[in-house]
Write a protein that binds this ligand. Sequence first.
Ligand SMILES: Nc1ncnc2c1ncn2[C@@H]1O[C@H](COP(=O)(O)OP(=O)(O)O)[C@@H](O)[C@H]1O
Ligand SMILES: O=c1ccn([C@@H]2O[C@H](COP(=O)(O)O)[C@@H](O)[C@H]2O)c(=O)[nH]1
Length: 214
Amino acid sequence: MSETSHQCVIIGIAGASASGKSLIASTVYKELKAKVGDHQIGVITEDCYYNDQSHLTMEDRVKTNYDHPNALDHNLLCDHLEQLMKGEAVEVPQYSYSEHTRLQESTTMTPKKVIILEGILLLTDPRLRNIMHASVFMDTPLDICLLRRLQRDVAERGRTMESVLVQYQKTVRPMFMQFIEPSKQYADIIVPRGGKNRIAIDVLKAHIAKLLRS
Ligand SMILES: Nc1ncnc2c1ncn2[C@@H]1O[C@H](COP(=O)(O)OP(=O)(O)O)[C@@H](O)[C@H]1O
Ligand SMILES: O=c1ccn([C@@H]2O[C@H](COP(=O)(O)O)[C@@H](O)[C@H]2O)c(=O)[nH]1
């Protein structure tokens, strides 16, 4: 648990791709927002901080390993979290998974009392671990993650079934084994089965509600 946060508390949610990080983060956010309003709580996705690849050809963009820590701009993410903790607003980048580029537009995030931060590689970075007040690891079996990623990426991220399967074998699974799974040791809470785990949602809501009251 970090001692550095004063105005804003960061709760990190990590785990494999398609393990349910976004779903649990958005469920906790929506259910709490209905009670406390969206000025108190927000969600930031690590994916927004993928490096812009617009200088590369599409062929090279497709070949990039998006599951290695070097694919992400954690410097900018840390800077933004520190600004939010100081009570300053930040411009969160928007990322296109189909173009592998950062969009021109960004999203303004005003300071919040609690930020839920979700992403695959969050717990691999000591700077981010130090900023977090509490951390969660979504421990969904990898075969279930692959099934869910396949469905989601074809439906929502402009991908073909074949491209998802090739990428999974080349980078997604190996990087999970090398970086993401070992980072589980740093989590305070380990959530099995995925983003609909009601007990886990309620535990997170209760913890955040307590922080909001303090
Ligand atoms: N427990 C669950 N049961 C059924 N579908 C789930 C469950 N958890 C997540 N999903 C679905 O799996 C897909 C991947 O989940 P998502 O939250 O996007 O994963 P992540 O953010 O970890 O990549 C989404 O379509 C989501 O709705
Ligand atoms: O240009 C990109 C950027 C990322 N990815 C894949 O996204 C997942 C992380 O996002 P989740 O929402 O946690 O699934 C990561 O496994 C990358 O492989 C991509 O395919 N293309």
